[in-house]
Design a protein around this ligand. Structure first.
Ligand code: XUL
Length: 526
């Protein structure tokens, strides 16, 4: 009674982890890469290439085939009859459109046949738009205008109207194919679709993933009538219920019991989005712990005590799947991440060691030399700069001071991150740093100094699937989340970085940085 399974259906692959909550160990893991294992879908990176005008779709049958391959592989590595709790997550925003055959077909699945073939006839739309789709700017404008502006969409749903979010995608489907829209009886997210398939019943959407639709009211965690009306007619009856993350949807359906050897009556907890699941898998589901992921773009996410939206409209608010009292999480993306760091490094022909050395040759606060390091249009704050702004010494402004430029780039990135995420209103106790540049002590020191919080490095492979397994275990195996986190989410405490500087240096720098950024861009909302 101690195994919990977490499933992660992400953009490029479907993965799973089985944890044992008694030994505190991961007992099995598996992953199916869509492009490699399912070449018949011609989706080498998990989506159908060549979409026009920013359209990015995937074939939902590919997700079903991958789920079967995954469980097949997992059943060879671990006795699935020992699994006593299941949950998982899906890539956020993607939507699946189903006709009136959906529920009957689901209830009558035959374990001797393939899932995707049996469900082939239930899709009212052959392909699913996913989060990479940016084809719906017009629909975003229409939704926003219908409810009285983006400020209202953001205050209600936790995000301004966003192209990849499901509401705009649904509206576009309704506008371009109203016949197929009218044949659609149910619209699921990737997460609720897969949870339905596993349980054989129509699963609700959780408040974590549901908030990525521009349809859910973050004040009530219920569908918002005005947003639904602004999106498409008859939408409420096409959407599943909304539930909090502690909901047990049902038990594993006969199909999976017979085919993969699961025990009968294994409870399945509601699925969530990949980002809320990752928050849990990284041990950051309590306010005060912040995850900063350093990638091509940098991402900031953190639990919030209660949902408030970003007045500047740059951040997103999703439900927190382990806070059933209506708690939330914030997620904010900073487009100019490692590409900006790399652009500064390359400008001086530096390698990464020289880049790192630059911090020991310059002082905290960079003697007032500041950079707004945007090489490409930024989303936080929204602006269309394509080259950095510099302010300080003359030589610095001419890009003649290599080491000062390196420091100014990194300081500029995190001064911006601290200021732009202040709306979340939670004091940062610890920052869990992940991603490529997270191992760099000099960068970690700048982050600790700017946020005035300790920085710990987190090894995060599989945090989404782990989040699913932890949620399943805490809901169905009666182990508290704090205990699970202590077992499975420990950061590397041997390399903790603590703030060393006088906090006032960066308080002043932050004022200067905002002045530089916003005076050059009077149109940027702040
Ligand atoms: C979040 C987002 C992506 C997807 C895919 O808003 O679009 O992170 O969840 O991972």
């Amino acid at each position: 009674m101690s195994y919990a399974l977490g499933i992660d259906s992400s953009t490029q692959s479907c993965s799973a982890l089985v944890i044992d909550v008694i030994s505190g160990k991961v007992v099995a893991d598996a992953s199916v890469n869509f492009g490699e294992k399912l070449p018949q879908y011609k989706s080498p990176s998990g989506f159908i290439p060549g979409g026009e005008n920013g359209e990015v779709h995937a074939d939902p049958r590919m997700w079903l085939d991958a789920l079967e391959l995954l469980l097949d592989d997992l059943s060879e590595k671990c006795d699935l009859s020992k699994v006593s709790a299941v949950s998982g997550a899906g890539q956020q925003h993607g939507s699946v459109y189903l006709n009136n055959q959906w529920l009957d077909t689901l209830a009558a699945l035959n374990a001797d046949e393939v899932l995707s073939e049996q469900l082939d006839s239930v899709f009212s739309r052959a392909t699913s738009p996913i989060w990479m789709d940016s084809s719906t700017s017009e629909e975003c404008r229409e939704i926003s205008a219908a409810v009285g502006g983006d400020d209202i969409v953001c205050a209600k749903s936790g995000s301004v109207a966003v192209e990849r979010f499901t509401g705009a995608q649904i509206r576009k489907f309704y506008k371009t194919d109203s016949r197929l829209y009218s044949q659609t009886c149910r619209i699921h997210l990737v997460s609720s679709f897969l949870c339905s398939v596993l349980t054989g019943v129509d699963a609700p959407i959780d408040s974590g993933d549901g908030a990525g639709m521009n349809l859910l009211n973050i004040g009530t965690w219920q569908w918002d009538e005005e947003l639904l009306d602004a999106t498409s007619p008859g939408l409420l009856e096409r959407l599943p219920e909304v539930s909090q993350g502690d909901t047990v949807v049902g038990t594993m359906s006969d199909y999976f019991v017979q085919k993969f050897g699961f025990s009968r009556e294994v409870p399945v907890t509601i699925f969530t989005g990949d980002n809320p699941s990752s928050l849990v898998g990284m041990g950051a589901s309590k306010p005060g712990r912040v995850v900063v992921s350093l990638g091509t773009s940098d991402t900031f996410f953190a639990a919030m005590a209660s949902p408030v939206s970003d007045p500047a409209g740059c951040g997103h608010v999703f439900g927190n799947p382990v806070d059933a009292s209506g708690g939330a999480m914030a997620l904010q993306c900073f487009v100019n991440g490692s590409l900006a760091r790399e652009a500064v490094k390359d400008r001086y022909g530096y390698d990464w060691d020289q880049f790192t050395d630059a911090f020991s040759k310059t002082a905290c606060g960079n003697e007032g030399n500041l950079m707004v390091p945007f090489f490409t249009p930024e989303s936080s704050p929204r602006c269309d700069l394509t080259e950095p702004l510099l302010s300080g010494d003359e030589a610095f402004e001419r890009w003649d001071l290599a080491d000062a430029s390196v420091r100014a780039c990194v300081e500029g990135q995190f001064l911006n991150m601290k200021q732009r995420t202040a709306w979340i209103g939670v004091a940062t106790e610890v920052i869990y740093l992940t991603g490529g540049a997270s191992k760099n002590d000099a960068v970690a020191q700048v982050i600790a100094d700017i946020f005035q919080a300790k920085v710990e490095r987190l090894a995060v492979s599989g945090s989404v699937a782990l989040g699913g397994a932890l949620r399943a275990a805490s809901n169905s195996l009666e182990v508290e989340m704090g205990v699970l986190e202590a077992m499975f989410c420990q950061p590397d405490r041997t390399s903790t970085i603590r703030p060393k500087n006088d906090a006032s240096i960066y308080e002043l720098a932050a004022i200067g940085w905002d002045g530089l950024c916003f005076s050059a861009n009077p149109n940027i909302s702040r």
